[in-house]
Ligand binder design. Structure first.
Ligand code: ADP
Length: 210
């Protein structure tokens, strides 16, 4: 889907029935500040691994969370989409809409998907309030991701079996000003999950891990 300009395109705007129970009330019932942690990075950078560790830590502290993993969503909601630029954009659009609904439900939503294009990450950000969206850049050099190759995808992409593979035959646009920057080539999973919790504490979103 092609769009122009920086504004959220009109087709992204969802008309919702007005509920008498607002987002604030749902969040208050859960005793937490809902937000979206948007984990972006190359395949193999460590998004899913760290997202899981963050969720475990938050869950143990009593938070209500939901993990939206790009790979898993492609089995269901996004099962009809391929990896062309247009389908990647639609993949992000649907995922960010689901994340927004979960935010309305009062959850801390962790989205883990490559989301290679700045523009679509920006549109996801603009669907919610400025303090409700944290872009988390899960960063490892391409050669490190290729060496890890946890799903064997780089080998297949380099063999020409997977078209439009991010980092190989499709671009990845690095975040310019992510709220959180995780260097997975120099720190371990636990320390990186703690780095995220620390930022959440700094923002008053949790006391978890203090
Ligand atoms: P992605 O979701 O970004 O495609 P995965 O989390 O599926 O990446 O895979 C990352 C791989 O890298 C896993 O096998 C994980 O064990 C490994 N790994 C090694 N060091 C780290 C680290 N510091 N952070 C995250 N993952 C790491």
């Amino acid at each position: 889907m092609k769009t122009s300009g920086d504004a959220v395109p009109s087709e992204w705007i969802v008309v919702q029935a007005v509920s008498t129970i607002g987002k604030g009330a749902r969040a208050e019932q859960k005793g937490q500040k809902p937000l979206i942690l948007w984990m972006t990075g190359l395949s193999g950078a460590g998004k899913s691994t760290i997202a899981n560790r963050i969720e475990e830590k938050l869950w143990r502290c009593g938070h209500h969370t939901m993990l939206l993993d790009g790979d898993n969503l492609r089995f269901g909601l996004n099962g009809d989409l391929a990896f062309t630029d247009a389908d990647r954009i639609e993949n992000i659009r649907r995922t960010s809409e689901v994340a927004r609904l979960m935010l309305e439900a009062g959850l801390i939503v962790i989205c883990s998907l490559i989301s290679p294009f700045r523009r679509e990450r920006m549109l996801a950000r603009r669907l919610v309030g400025a303090d409700e969206f944290l872009e988390v850049f899960v960063d490892a050099p391409l050669d490190v991701c290729q060496r890890r190759d946890p799903k064997g995808l780089y080998a297949r992409a380099l063999a020409g079996e997977i078209p439009n593979f991010t980092g190989i035959s499709s671009p990845y646009e690095r975040p310019e000003a992510p709220e959180i920057h995780l260097r997975t080539d120099i720190a371990d999973v636990d320390a990186l999950a703690d780095q995220v919790l620390e930022e959440l504490r700094r923002r008053g979103a949790t006391t978890c891990g203090a």
